[in-house]
Ligand binder design. Structure first.
Ligand SMILES: Cc1ncc(COP(=O)(O)O)c(C=O)c1O
Length: 379
């Protein structure tokens, strides 16, 4: 599609108008002011033990892998319907990835499959709250309490989502978030957040984020000079990126509300097509943040025809993850445990519709009308 022909892009990065003055302030007055402001804001809002801004969600996951002392022989359970970096963060330390099936309605990990896949080598289970809709995290926590495996909540999509009234990312041992420009809130380009819910990991996490040195203790006046004590890297977010993020955190409820109204518009106006397409749903115990709206076509062939038709109309709709267990690296570093009943089949039917902050009613209508047009005349 020629960019000039796009009437409704898939995504426009969130911009509220408040970001500029904070970024300018951060540029003129170098400090860690906005990093502290954002971290304190998350700690207060989430009621979590510690929030650490990172340069990406991938880096937050890599910090977790270091904190869990991942080594060859360890197994990490996760859905195959996932982003490569969720697996890679553990693979680079030698872990074997055990992929399990998802629940078809939400595309989230199936807790029953997790339970069956656990062995004495399992170190952690990493769930994804896909598209901003929480997985059945209470069942995963129950399994972890029985077996001692750690729980990692990948909330890359799920800032401000809740499960039974609790924010995602605050229930497992760790939570992590992404502020990449495709997400609900962005720190301009790239960014991430690590939430630590188990106190025993806090001090070490600060050290690992700071290149494996005791600089965080030095800055608090606990040691007189800092030194190298652990594995680590430069995983921290810059203050300028945090300043950009701050402009959005102030308005996070407005951003969520607006995205949910787009979500609800799609849902109600496409409901009459439910004999032809399946629509995304949110289970009653979940509060979504409107990160994504997906539909499912009859099969992959129909999806391809619909994508092409929408492209001709100037609407960008996107597929999503290709199951990791079928990728070259997934075959090398992991295995699917249990039956692939839904992962492959459902991933081939799924199509994400445009959704972004400040999307106009006219744009929403145009997307919906284009889908109706396809099913009325072209199918
Ligand atoms: C579920 C999930 N986890 C992690 C990531 C990685 O996030 P980041 O780009 O901030 O590293 C992504 C990226 O979109 C993702 O979809």
């Amino acid at each position: 599609m020629n960019f000039d022909d796009i009437k409704v892009p898939f995504n426009i990065p969130c911009y509220t108008g408040n970001e500029d003055r904070y970024v300018l302030d951060a540029l003129r007055n170098p400090s860690d002011k906005y990093i502290k402001k954002c971290e304190e804001w998350f700690e207060k809002r989430f009621g979590c033990k510690r929030a650490l801004l990172t340069s990406s969600c991938t880096h937050a996951l890599e910090i977790i892998a270091i904190l869990l002392d991942i080594e060859p022989g360890d197994e990490i359970i996760m859905p195959s319907y996932a982003f490569a970096s969720v697996a890679n963060a553990f693979v680079i330390f030698g872990a074997r990835i055990v992929f399990v099936d998802i629940e078809p309605k939400t595309m989230n990990i199936d807790p029953y499959e997790v339970e069956k896949a656990i062995t004495p080598r399992t170190k952690a289970v990493c769930v994804i709250h896909y598209g901003g809709v929480p997985c059945q995290i209470d069942k995963i926590i129950e399994i972890s309490e029985k077996t001692g495996v750690y729980v990692i909540e990948d909330s890359a999509h799920a800032i401000n989502s809740k499960y039974n009234g609790k924010y995602t990312g605050t229930m497992g041992t760790f939570g992590c978030f992404s502020f990449h420009y495709t997400k609900n809130c962005t720190s301009a380009g790239q960014g991430g957040l690590l939430i630590i819910n188990d106190e025993k990991f806090i001090e070490r996490a600060e050290i690992v984020r700071e290149r494996g040195t005791t600089k965080p203790l030095f800055l608090k006046g606990i040691v007189e000079e800092y030194t190298w004590v652990d594995k680590g890297s430069n995983f921290a977010m810059s203050n300028v990126n945090a300043a950009y993020l701050w402009g959005q955190l102030e308005l996070i409820d407005q951003i969520t509300k607006e995205r949910l109204s787009i979500w609800n518009y799609y849902k109600s106006s496409l409901t009459p097509l439910e004999d032809k397409i399946e629509l995304m749903t949110v289970p009653s115990e979940c509060e979504s943040n409107g990160h994504m709206f997906f539909i499912k076509t009859k099969d992959e062939r129909e999806r391809k025809k619909l994508i092409n038709f929408l492209r001709e109309q100037g609407v960008q709709a996107e597929t999503h993850y290709v199951p990791l267990h079928s990728s070259p690296a997934g075959r090398r570093f992991g295995e699917f445990r249990g039956e692939d009943k839904f992962t492959t089949r459902e991933s081939r039917r799924l199509l994400r519709l445009p959704i972004f902050y400040n999307m106009t009613l006219e744009q929403m209508r145009y997307v919906v009308e284009s889908i109706y047009f396809f099913y009325d005349f072209y199918e």
